[in-house]
Design a protein around this ligand. Structure first.
Ligand code: ASP
Ligand code: MG
Length: 425
């Protein structure tokens, strides 16, 4: 007998019929003798609808009230799911986050879970109940309702699994696992049986939006066994997200090709090359809450240097405005920008054990030395297709290139093939 947390995403509870199906699935696990905690999201589209209602009243809704409103979507699905479980002949009880004391900080709309009181849940489980806990929500120490950021019910499920030392946390969604790349771009993409937390973080942050990133970090930290599965298939083991030591020995060097379309690049030309310059350029960008991803500084010439960095495309206009002001202030030669770029990355912990591994440093240019064969293969393949590389960064488990947006699909497909990801492992 195991204790299993099962999280069902919005599409899995999108209608009462689907909720009945979820109840049937839970009943099958229960019949095998397992203890089950179920964590549903709101019905798909519901959280968006609720937030839109708030915005009809106020263009800048008070975040405290926004959380009061947005958290109600999950309150509906826990009640419906508990009813459906009872119809299956099970004992079931629903709780909102605050009712089982999911204690969070007070950062409305993106609160962090601090603690969960497991006592009530344990008692119910011991008494044979299936316990249904609302995802996405908690309360701060003053009892104010909080939410955990969009997609936050993944994190609720992982936090519950950690608090109750569950044997496994299963995330049921509309895909049957994590793939070597997005199957919409490369139909030959294969489902991975396992992926490490680190790889998953790279894949998730680069666009395969299977899990909330924070839930993966949380699971890695508390060693929660996390599995992604489809709620639309009866069978299947999904993808197990695991620690590196538990991965099979014979692992491929590259596990997947990730990408992000929403990138933009900015360059400032001819800035004086002196200490503190990077801070003077990027400080104002950070102060405007703009995340910077890749950063490259050129070799200085005539005591000036060029500096390029990438931001989310949504932040491009704002970043450009700030950089132009900085450019004037510093007497730079000018700024350039390109918001038609994308990032493509080869990801794999196997790179670490590749011959030639020299260093754990993941600074630009240094990490690459640890896997020269892979980097050169990647550049060669792209070059042969006539794809120009605009920027390169490397880390211990990833090589990323920036290319023209129009080459995204081609780049993903040729790399997927070059690293044999279309072949069964
Ligand atoms: N319902 C919330 C959202 O749409 C949380 C979740 O689905 O995980 O973001
Ligand atoms: Mg989700």
């Amino acid at each position: 007998m195991a204790l299993i947390v099962q999280k069902f995403g919005g599409t899995s509870v999108a209608s009462t019929d689907r909720i009945k199906n979820v109840a049937k699935r839970v009943a099958r696990w229960k019949a095998q003798g397992h203890n089950i905690i179920v964590v549903p999201s709101a019905m798909s589209g519901e959280t968006n609808r609720l937030i839109a209602l708030a915005r009809e009243i106020s263009t800048t809704p008070d975040p405290r009230e926004l959380d009061v409103i947005a958290s109600t979507g999950e309150q509906v699905t826990i009640g419906l799911l508990a009813l459906a479980l009872k119809e299956e002949g099970l004992k079931a009880k629903s709780y909102t986050g605050p009712q089982v004391r999911v204690l969070t900080d007070s950062t409305y709309t993106k609160a962090r879970i601090l603690q969960i009181d497991d006592e009530k849940i344990r008692k119910d489980l011991d008494n044979g109940y299936v316990v249904v806990v609302a995802g996405f929500q908690g309360a701060d120490e003053n009892g104010n309702i909080t939410t955990l950021g969009r997609g936050g019910s993944d994190t609720s499920a992982v936090a519950l699994a950690a608090a109750l030392t569950a044997d496994e946390c299963q995330i049921y969604t509309d895909v049957d696992g994590v793939y070597t790349t997005d199957p919409r771009v490369e139909p030959k993409a294969r489902k991975l049986d396992t992926i490490t937390f680190e790889e998953m973080l790279e894949m998730a942050s680069l666009g395969s939006k299977v899990l909330q990133i924070r839930s993966v970090e949380f699971a890695g930290k508390y060693k929660v066994k996390l599995r992604v599965l489809s709620s639309f298939q009866e069978e299947g083991e999904g993808t197990l997200i695991t620690v590196e030591e538990d991965k099979p020995m014979e692992q491929p060097i590259i596990s997947g090709i990730a990408f992000n379309r929403d990138e933009a690049k900015l360059t400032i030309l001819g800035v004086p090359d002196r200490p503190g310059i990077a801070y003077q350029l990027l400080g104002p960008i950070a102060d405007a809450n703009i995340d910077v991803d890749m950063i490259i500084q050129n070799v200085a010439k005539d005591e000036t240097t060029d500096f390029s960095f990438t931001v989310n495309r949504g932040d491009y206009a704002k970043a450009m405005e700030i950089l132009k002001a900085t450019s004037e202030k510093l007497g730079a030669r000018g700024v350039l920008g390109d918001d038609k770029i994308c990032k493509v990355s080869a990801v794999g912990v196997g790179m670490r054990s590749h011959p030639g591994i020299a260093s754990k440093v993941s600074a630009v240019g240094v990490g690459m030395r640890s896997h020269p064969g892979i980097a050169s293969k990647m550049f060669n393949v792209l070059g042969q297709e006539g794809i120009n590389i605009k920027m390169i960064t490397t880390s211990e488990i990833k090589i990323s290139v920036v290319v023209d947006e129009k080459y995204l699909e081609l780049a993903v497909r040729v790399l997927h093939k070059a690293f044999d990801l279309d072949k069964a492992a």
